[in-house]
Design a binder for this molecule. Structure first.
Ligand code: NAD
Length: 279
């Protein structure tokens, strides 16, 4: 397969999530944007959270609305408790409830351990881990209040945590990021265990290398992309839609019996490709 060949777009069944209300954090860029649009294609109404870049968020809203479902943009910093509480209150007021939370917002502040400031460490933990905790907590309150509505979904709610292959692959020069995603793994599994009896399904999607602004330097030049492909047995860099499709599937009743799982969307990156010839 050519490295420039884009991912097969696939077809999302238009009624898979009909009547469901979804919140995607960090949905004005990259994976979050593709996921918000993917959920809209599947028939969900979508709240497009953003922290900066209202114009991009409005474009996503426009695209989702053109699919015949409802969408709205909401500005909130997921690492700020009061803002997350206000966002969820607003969503329940405006959209009636929430059925699907995609805790996607994330960032990197890279440095070697000796160079890394406490502010860099803290910022990444605050957004990538605490942000997911706050959103999951507030969504859970509404899932429990409302309970299962069988015509809408078999579950009372679905939480999908955007993790990374770095929840299990150590990553030199990124100790804050890898630690945050390692934390997401244990948070997701613990919440899945705690909330399954309440019919709330908590799962994670762990992307490998996906072509988005967060990792531009890793795929921007042909040399960088060639190096990156050494780590990907499937021979292509992922597209945001690859991740969006995984989220849509996990959010749907097709995967109703999947609880506490991580779906790696990584072209085989977690298969230790260096061992294909070595070891
Ligand atoms: P991106 O930079 O395009 O998107 C990140 C989004 O999060 C942006 O919209 C940004 O504004 C938002 N965000 C940052 N801080 C926020 C805050 N405090 N509150 C609300 N929103 C905030 O990058 P992406 O690649 O689309 O990343 C999305 C998620 O996927 C992240 O959690 C990232 O760790 C994860 N991920 C990405 C890759 C990849 O290869 N691109 C791989 C593994 C995991």
């Amino acid at each position: 397969m050519s490295v420039t060949e884009s991912a097969p777009k696939g077809v999302i069944p238009a009624h898979l999530l009909r009547g469901q209300k979804a919140l995607v954090t960090g949905a004005n860029s990259g994976i979050g944007m593709a996921t918000a649009i993917g959920l809209g294609r599947a028939g969900a109404d979508v709240v497009v959270n953003y922290v900066a870049g209202r114009e991009d968020a409005e474009k996503v809203v426009e695209e989702i609305t053109s699919l015949g479902v409802r969408a709205a943009a909401y500005e909130a910093d997921v690492s700020q408790e009061d803002q997350v509480v206000a966002m969820m209150d607003w969503m329940v007021r405006e959209f009636g409830t929430i059925d699907i939370l995609v805790a996607n917002a994330g960032l990197q502040r890279d440095a070697t351990i000796m160079e890394m400031t406490l502010a860099q460490w803290q910022k990444v933990l605050d957004v990538n881990l605490t942000g997911q905790f706050l959103c999951a907590r507030e969504a859970t309150k509404e899932f429990v209040r409302r309970g299962v509505v069988p015509e809408v979904s078999r579950a009372a709610g679905k939480i999908i945590c955007m993790s990374s292959v770095h929840q299990i692959i150590p990553w030199s020069g990124h100790v804050n990021y890898a630690s945050s995603k390692g934390g997401v793994l244990m948070m997701m599994q613990t919440l899945a265990q705690e909330l399954a009896p309440k019919k709330i399904r908590v799962n994670a999607v762990a992307p490998g290398a996906i072509r988005t602004p967060i990792n531009r330097s890793a795929w921007e030049t042909p040399e960088a992309e060639r190096d990156l492909l050494q780590l990907i047995p499937y021979g292509r860099v992922g597209d945001p839609e690859d991740v969006a499709h995984a989220v849509v599937a996990l959010a749907s009743d097709l995967l109703d019996y999947v609880v506490g799982a991580t779906l790696y969307v990584d072209g085989g990156m977690t298969l230790f490709p260096g061992f294909a010839t070595g070891g």
